[in-house]
Every structure is written in C-alpha cells, then in structure tokens.
Design a protein around this ligand. Structure first.
Ligand SMILES: [Ca+2]
Ligand SMILES: [Ca+2]
Ligand SMILES: [Ca+2]
Ligand SMILES: [Ca+2]
Length: 304
C-alpha cells in the first residue's frame, strides 16, 4: 500500500483501500465519498451523486450511503458553513458557492491533498524512492534535510486549485481563467466551475443590448451594430453614432447616424462641437489645422 492509504499497483491503476473524496457531476461544491467497490468511478465527477446517494453508485439512499459523509452544502451564505472536513483547505463562500482551496501552509509537513488532507511522506534517501505513480501529485522528491518524501498537489495551470479528478474544484486545469469562483464569460465554456457553461452572469461582458447565446454575444433586435461596449442603433446612439467609438459628447445629439450640435453656429468634428470660423484645429472644415504661426480667422488660416 502506498501513502495516504491508497494502494497502487505498478501499472498505475489505483486500487482504493479506503474511501476517497470525489465531486458530484454538475455540482462542484458537493463532495461524494467513493468506496472501494466504486473506485473505478472515482477518476472523474460522479454522475448521480447527491446528498442521498453519496457513494457514487447508481442507487440512491441504499445501505452504502448511510456510512458516508456529505462534506458541505451546495449553497452557502457564509464561509463558516463551508467546512469540508479537510483541515488544510481554505474555505470561502463566493456567490453562494463554497470554494475550497488547498493550503500547504496549514500543514506542518507534506502537502495539502484535497482528497485526504495533510499528508506526509515516507522516509527516503533519494528522489527516485518518492515516485508514487499518483497522477494527482507532482514534483515528488526526497527532502534531504528531513529525509522524507515531499510533493506538490497537481495544479497544471497554477490557479491554486487541483483538477476535479484529484479532489479539487478546477473544472479545467489547463485554463487559469477557468477556476472555482472565477468570472463566467460568454465563450461557451464553464469559467467559474459550477458545472454550467455560460450561466449567469455570462452575458454581462457582452455589454449593453446584448445577450449570450451559443457561446457568443448576440445583439438584441433593434440594435444591429456590435461595438466594444455592446450593441447599438448607430443611427441614434450618442456614444457610437454612425460607427463604433464615435461619441457625440455633451453638446451634440446623434441624428441619422451623424452628431449634430445643439448650437446652430457650431459644427461637429471628430471630438466635439466647434466653431469652424475660429478653431485653428478645424479651420474652415473639420481637421484642417493651421500652422503654429497661424490663427484661424473667418474660417481661413492667416499669419498671426
Ligand atoms: Ca488548477
Ligand atoms: Ca483552471
Ligand atoms: Ca459556469
Ligand atoms: Ca463561459
């Protein structure tokens, strides 16, 4: 038997000798404890897992389930309700979800394994003696001061969370922007690791007059132009008038896709309303600049 009570054959297949903690499919907060008989199911989120069926088998509330524990609520209001009974995980309630982050600093030695808690290694004399064949541990080595094996819990994308297959809550261990408690964006992917892609608040990043569907931002009816800040009607939009990124400003309004100045004597140029008769940057017409030695008089650049 290897460390942590997990037996391992030389072919790398786990032979569980006692229960391990895995997550329920579709609910990364809820944990199931998988017993030996269902170890084959234990390498991924468990379908059908629920508080009633927490052994990961296909039978709800059978005899096996009564001996298992449920690690925490699937919704929370305070961090205090998020105890997963793993002493070395930091627990916070974010948006009604419990986030459990392994924190090796909470262990006096060894690593914080979200499946089993603090774990310390066997006595060793060299690194090769510390290879444990566990795909959920990495960087196994022999600490030459204490002469015990040490290692890190797998976290390929360094977002602080091990993958769900290793008892963590990271639904995509190759994407650091997919992480428990992350920001759900409109991209067809699950960014906050709650088991759902593009669930609310996905679409907030789409901006105004837009919504998220089929993995991308879509414009609402009546707002045909997609700009950086959302979808607009360019014929009348005061921020994107006629085209994206053309604001009319305080002194003008957008009419038929053109910024029109309130004052009859002012003309709208790229950056606001001005008097073409006297503006040295827009002399006579927009963007006609007078030289440094000139000024604008009656719409004409003349020497100072
Ligand atoms: Ca990760
Ligand atoms: Ca990730
Ligand atoms: Ca999500
Ligand atoms: Ca998404």
């Amino acid at each position: 038997m290897g460390r942590n009570g997990v037996g391992q054959r030389q072919d790398g297949v786990l032979t569980e000798s006692r229960p391990v903690v895995r997550h329920c499919a579709g609910d990364m907060n809820m944990r199931c404890t998988v017993v030996a008989a269902f170890a084959a199911l234990a390498l991924g989120p468990i379908a059908g897992c629920s508080p009633a069926n927490n052994t990961g088998d296909t039978v709800a509330t059978d005899a096996m389930d009564t001996v298992m524990r449920e690690a925490g609520p699937s919704t929370c209001t305070t961090s205090a309700t998020c105890n997963d009974n793993i002493p070395c995980t930091d627990e916070v309630c974010v948006g009604g979800r419990c986030i459990h982050t392994p924190n090796a600093m909470r262990c006096t030695s060894g690593a914080c394994d979200p499946r089993t808690g603090c774990s310390s290694g066997a006595t060793c004399g060299r690194d090769a003696e510390c290879n444990d064949l566990d795909p959920c541990t990495t960087n196994e080595r022999c600490d030459m001061t204490s002469h015990v094996c040490v290692w890190d819990i797998l976290d390929r994308d360094n977002d602080g969370h091990p993958p769900v297959q290793c008892g963590g809550q990271d639904c995509d261990d190759a994407r650091p922007d997919a992480t428990p408690g992350g920001t759900e964006r409109c991209n067809g992917l699950d960014d906050d690791c709650d088991g759902m892609a593009d669930d609310p608040p996905a679409g907030v990043d789409c901006g105004r007059n837009s919504f998220c569907m089929a993995g991308r931002c879509q414009c609402r009816t009546g707002f045909p132009l997609q700009c950086a800040d959302g979808c607009v009607e360019p014929m009348t939009d005061p921020v994107d008038c006629g085209m994206c990124g053309q604001p009319c400003g305080m002194m003008a309004s957008c009419m038929a896709g053109t910024c029109v100045c309130a004052s009859g004597t002012a003309t709208f140029c790229r950056f606001g309303c001005t008097d073409l008769m006297t503006d040295a940057l827009n002399c006579g017409m927009c963007a006609t600049r007078c030289a440094m030695s000139e000024r604008c008089v009656a719409g004409v650049c003349v020497p100072r």
